[in-house]
Write a protein that binds this ligand. Structure first.
Ligand code: SF4
Length: 277
């Protein structure tokens, strides 16, 4: 069976940067922890744990040494509390996420109600919201837009970096029809954009799509949605071991893409597993 890998797939600039930072810290030795998973890929996080990098839920769980802030960012007061506790802080937040934080701070200062288009429970969105102040709202669906009273409001809209442009555009349009004034910044990062475009281009040319990446990875979930929307059977998996032979019976050619936090070795394992079938 032929396996075509999407032109753009796997680890992005921000994730590579975060991994390089943590690996360099781990080589120096000493106690090191990440606040939450460094990236949304359980296999990579497990590898880091094997190198002695602990994952903690709260700053208070780290008594000494280095604490690393994850690639999807944290609220500013979290960083301050780590510094106040005497910890060495390494900020692995992706520069694109940082840019969104600066953007929402400016919007809030200019009197806009900041609107974040994204998944309310996602850590990146929580951090953006905290930078945007108490009035900020998160919307993830048309129903969320309808549940807010927009009359007389100045809305300053940004996107979670991993949203789809179609969802962002739909929600901006709905808010524009309801609010007094709207300013919208498309803050979807280029890595997300490139991976989504490549997946959308590949999906119609194959008999099934395999999307590899953490189930807790927002950008991987968006890739799976995009492939499904193209009408091909789509399988979101984390590792090669999850591939079931029954999924590809009689198929000649399948497609493969991967989220921005999926390392090359996992993509390669899935590709080999499929080729063997
Ligand atoms: S997906 Fe985009 S915002 Fe997130 S880490 Fe990668 S480059 Fe940065």
């Amino acid at each position: 069976m032929k396996v075509i890998v999407a032109d753009q797939a796997g680890v992005c600039f921000g994730v590579k940067r975060a991994l390089d930072l943590v690996n360099a810290e781990a080589e120096h030795g000493g106690e090191i922890a990440t606040l939450g998973p460094l990236i949304h890929n359980p296999q990579v996080v497990h590898d880091l744990e094997c190198k002695g990098v602990r994952v903690v839920k709260r700053v208070s769980e780290v008594a000494r040494g280095t604490i690393v802030m994850p690639s999807h960012g944290v609220a500013r007061d979290v960083t301050k509390s780590a510094e106040a506790a005497g910890l060495r802080v390494v900020d692995a937040a992706c520069p694109f996420v940082e840019k969104v934080h600066r953007r929402v701070e400016r919007l809030a200062k200019d009197g806009y109600v900041v609107v974040v288009v994204g998944d309310a429970g996602h850590s990146e969105v929580k951090a953006i919201k905290s930078a945007a102040g108490d009035d900020a709202v998160v919307v993830s669906s048309p129903e969320d837009v309808e549940s807010v009273d927009w009359s007389g409001k100045k809305a300053g809209i940004v996107s979670q970096t991993t949203q789809t442009p179609w969802r962002f555009g739909e929600i901006v349009g709905m808010i524009a029809a309801r609010a007094m004034e709207v300013v919208a910044y498309n803050t979807i990062c280029y890595a997300t954009h490139d991976r989504q475009s490549a997946a959308r281009a590949l999906a119609p040319k194959v008999e099934a799509m395999f999307v590899v990446g953490g189930r807790n990875s927002a950008n991987t979930n968006r890739l799976a949605e995009i492939c499904s929307e193209e009408g091909v059977p789509t399988y979101h998996i984390e590792t090669a071991a999850e591939v079931q032979p029954g999924w590809v019976v009689g198929m000649q050619v399948v497609g493969l893409t991967a989220g921005a936090s999926t390392p090359e070795w996992i993509i390669e394992e899935v590709k080999m597993q499929l080729e063997r079938m």
